[in-house]
Ligand binder design. Sequence first.
Ligand SMILES: Nc1nc2c(ncn2[C@@H]2O[C@H](COP(=O)(O)OP(=O)(O)OP(=O)(O)O)[C@@H](O)[C@H]2O)c(=O)[nH]1
Ligand SMILES: [Mg+2]
Ligand SMILES: [Zn+2]
Length: 319
Amino acid sequence: MSNGAVALTQPMPAGDIVVDGVVVQGTGGQWIVRTDGGARVIASLRGRLKQEGDEVLKLAVGDRVTMLVDPNETVGCTITRIHPRTSQLARRAPGGARGERVVVANLDQVLVVFAAARPEPHPRMLDRFLVIAEANGIAARIVVNKCDLVSKTEARALFADQAAAGYPVHYTSVHTGVGLDSLREQLAGRNTALSGPSGVGKSSLMNTLFPGLNLRTAAISDSVNKGRHTTVGAVLHPLPGGGFIADTPGLREVGLWGIEARDVAWCFPEFRPYLGECRFADCMHLVEPGCALRDAVERGEVSAARYDSFGRLLNELGE
Ligand SMILES: Nc1nc2c(ncn2[C@@H]2O[C@H](COP(=O)(O)OP(=O)(O)OP(=O)(O)O)[C@@H](O)[C@H]2O)c(=O)[nH]1
Ligand SMILES: [Mg+2]
Ligand SMILES: [Zn+2]
């Protein structure tokens, strides 16, 4: 067992088959695990998994696990170990419960999809998603889909500020096929959470990039989610060459939970060079005199639109 592993408190029975896999679905008692061999099995946790310091570690979609399969039983598989996480997207536990709920574990990146038109893109909403990704320590990648509806110049102008801030932007069209190969390259072998407003073409994109992926449709996810947002978890879609796409819930559900007001500026990567330079060490970069960030906005070194997004997010957190 490697360092950082979480072990069952009971001893392992002898004679069982040990299999590793990834949890792809489930929220409570029963979990669907895709084994490294490609099989889908139903698994449950026997007993409580404990971390050092007695903190109970809750299993989440995206976790890599080790299971015991008893060849003489038909009860399914028992999860005996949760492998250490590389990242987690977490939100407040639902229903007034204390603590956090991990929505997806082990994400390598989030993919935020907007349409160049129909529906109109929202840079503010994009910035909000980018901040949530930064706060959770997860890399973000932007897609401008439906590029067949606007000129190349118009498409590139939409999120020029975010591109200048260092975020990779893909310009795609499911209809013409533009940009699809390079996007597929960036998804293959990685664990990606899919985000973006309804109708921008997320399902169309994924089903075109990876035929057979079968992302759940808007109709199904709506009826499943109705009135019980707190109980519906993420669903992982394994990719043919490794990695997975995590369908909603994602960034939207996580929201700004757990982000401290004083950390918001840091979640705008292009603001970082200015953050230690203000007159007051505890500058919130809103109204204080001698604010290096506001000076940079005035000089045109930092985008006024991104600074505006920053102010709105701070206000939201202050409420
Ligand atoms: N013109 C154009 N239309 C597209 C493109 N991609 C998708 N569409 C259309 O946009 C509509 C919405 O596509 P979906 O893939 O269902 O969008 P979605 O983001 O999955 O929406 P939700 O599941 O509701 O979140 C469909 O009518 C698609 O045919 C594109 O590149 N260009
Ligand atoms: Mg969809
Ligand atoms: Zn400042």
